[in-house]
Ligand binder design. Structure first.
Ligand SMILES: [Zn+2]
Length: 422
């Protein structure tokens, strides 16, 4: 059954408002197809209406119409709703024949602005596949809305550059393919993403900034990774003073060293039939104060067994205290004691990391000036991890990047509505 309603309602009538119609547009016809659960609405305009050239805003008479088009709109009582219209064209003396702007949709959009806003909200809460089910749109359509939202947000972004940056690498896929991710540590947003973890990966970010913007960067928290170091030294006027090798990465290196010691010791013990270290891998990754309750009994016993692994762990935990000092001089004193202990531990993986840290010490101690860590990037990383787990929704790496900007970019994603409560 098709119910057809022909009428002219003023633009400010409830139906006009719901559609985002404004003068001179009015609803001219409504068709309700109950079986198909679909509503089709036609918009028309007064014949004497005058239109603005989309380029220069000059007010002009109607020239002609483009072909009729349809835009998917917000569902009406679960009925899929489509708005139809023939977009008017003007002939501007300066810009030639142009299609005018429509109040309910952006240029080339297949959805009304209100539908796009809803779709963005849904996409922020779920993944592409979920959005296709909820919104009853195709994968490509959902993806296109997300992509347009990111492009719109990036265009709207002001020239402000973060003063405190975090630079991190992120495994993009199996097989050591990386992305370089630049974060704003104050806003907790992803500012920039590039392929690989080379110097050029980070160079791309700095090269997009003006000299004044680069000069405004006060601190860059990152890992002791030579390509990133070189990029900062090349592009920031006072690069050496801005770099902070942050504690998350340093403690990560120490954690790896402890694990290395554990593996070697476990192998040796097991060869002698001793299973003391079996299944203890994750135990040693915890900090003393964060040990989960179910492991505590076992953990109290293990360090007392005079294990190399326990010694490596104690050295790691003592290093952590370095960042608790309020003054550089005290931190340096702690460092000296720690360095002596670590380098005399006869645990090669620990000695290697101690030397690595020693080589980079000046830019570890910059922490006491800038007080930045990559804790924010760590938080963003887990968000990115969630995005990656939905990888079945991504067909390539560019999609992955767009999704990161969509969810973590702090961008204004929404299209502008024209005075309609959105
Ligand atoms: Zn014009």
């Amino acid at each position: 059954m098709i119910v057809s309603v022909c009428r002219r309602s003023p633009a400010r009538s409830p139906s006009g408002q719901l559609l985002g119609l404004e003068s001179p547009w009015t609803v001219t016809r409504v068709e309700l197809a109950v079986q198909e659960q679909r509503v089709d609405i036609w918009a028309g305009h007064a014949e004497d209406a005058r239109w603005a050239c989309p380029e220069c805003e000059a007010t002009l008479a109607l020239y002609d119409h483009s072909e009729e088009r349809a835009w998917r709109h917000l569902d009406s009582c679960q009925f899929q709703t489509y708005l139809h219209a023939r977009p008017p064209r003007v002939q501007c003396p300066t810009h030639g024949v142009k299609q005018v702007r429509l109040p309910w949709a952006e240029v080339r959009a297949r959805f009304t602005t209100l539908f796009e806003r809803l779709a963005i909200d849904v996409l922020l809460e779920t993944d592409i596949v979920g959005a296709t089910r909820i919104l009853r749109i195709s994968w490509d359509e959902a993806w296109h809305i997300q992509e347009r939202a990111v492009a719109r947000g990036q265009r709207a972004k002001g020239p402000r550059v973060p003063t405190r940056l975090g630079v991190d690498e992120k495994a993009a896929a199996k097989g050591h393919r990386y992305l370089t991710v630049v974060c704003d540590l104050e806003q907790a947003t992803v500012e920039y993403i590039a392929d690989d973890r080379k110097q050029a990966s980070l160079d791309g970010y700095f090269q997009g900034l003006t000299d004044a913007q680069r000069a405004g960067i006060e601190a860059v928290a990152m890992d002791m990774w030579e390509p990133y170091i070189q990029s900062v030294l090349t592009h920031l006027p006072d690069g050496t003073r801005t770099i902070v090798f942050d504690r998350f990465h340093i403690m990560g290196h120490m954690g790896d060293a402890v694990d290395h010691v554990r593996k070697q010791e476990h192998r040796a013990l097991r060869a002698a039939g001793d299973e003391t270290l079996t299944g203890s891998k994750y135990l040693w990754l915890y900090g003393a104060e964060r040990m989960p309750e179910q492991h505590q009994d076992r953990f109290l016993v293990l360090p007392a067994l005079n294990l190399k692994t326990a010694r490596a762990w104690a050295i790691k935990e003592t290093l952590r205290q370095l960042w608790s000092y309020r003054r550089t001089a005290w931190a340096e004193r702690h460092w000296k004691g720690w360095y002596f202990w670590a380098t005399h531990s006869r645990l090669q993986p620990v000695i290697d990391v101690a030397r690595l840290i020693h080589r980079h010490l000046p830019n570890i101690l910059t922490y006491f000036k800038h007080r930045v860590t990559n804790a924010v990037s760590e938080g963003l990383n887990s968000k990115i991890q969630t995005i990656k787990k939905r990888a079945y929704g991504f067909r390539n790496r560019e999609h992955f990047k767009t999704a990161i900007y969509f969810h973590c970019g702090g961008l204004d994603l929404y299209p502008v509505t024209h005075g309609i409560p959105g």
